[in-house]
Design a protein around this ligand. Structure first.
Ligand code: ADP
Ligand code: MG
Length: 152
């Protein structure tokens, strides 16, 4: 399995949304997308695009009071995790995370590195970073994946 790293640069939220949308359109059952990056960097914007790419029309926000939010209406089920507030990876066991990760939908996890030990090795890793020297709305988005559906 060949791992490929691709770097995208965006200068507006809409561009990050569009990148998410393209990956959502190409996502396959069982795919897992791990999102990392500081607070306010654009993980949820990316996720909203991703959901649009799966033809989900419901509004998508970060699940604040639950670890996972399930969207069933699109081309594939989307399991949107935000594990920012997780105290202990045991909480993932309690919600039965394996049923999502190894199910037939697509998992997307904001703050994935907080549960690093639970992430399958072949999951796609997406890091979003700012660079103030490039401008306030600039984001560098590094995608590391072995999925054939993530190609530029
Ligand atoms: P996170 O989920 O990573 O905490 P959000 O997606 O909720 O972050 O918020 C990102 C914020 O950054 C939004 O207010 C968005 O409008 C803004 N933003 C500015 N430039 C960009 C960009 N290039 N890509 C994504 N978001 C951007
Ligand atoms: Mg978020």
């Amino acid at each position: 399995m060949e791992v490929q790293t691709t770097v995208w640069e965006t200068n507006r939220p809409e561009e990050t949304f569009d990148l998410g949308k393209r990956l959502g359109e190409a996502a396959k059952p069982g795919d897992i997308y791990c999102l990392d990056g500081d607070l306010g960097v654009g993980k949820t914007v990316f996720t909203q695009g991703f959901a649009a790419g799966l033809a989900i029309t419901e509004p998508v926000n970060s699940p604040t009071f639950t670890i996972v939010q399930v969207y069933e209406e699109g081309r594939l089920p989307l399991y949107h995790f935000d594990v920012y507030r997780i105290g202990d990876p045991e909480e993932m066991d309690e919600i039965g995370y394996e049923d999502y990760f190894f199910g037939n939908g697509v998992s997307l996890i904001e703050w994935a590195s907080l549960i690093d030990e639970l992430l399958p090795e072949n999951a796609a890793r997406i890091l979003i970073e700012k660079d103030v020297e490039q401008g306030f709305d600039y984001r560098r988005i590094t995608v590391r994946s072995s999925y054939e559906n993530i190609r530029d």
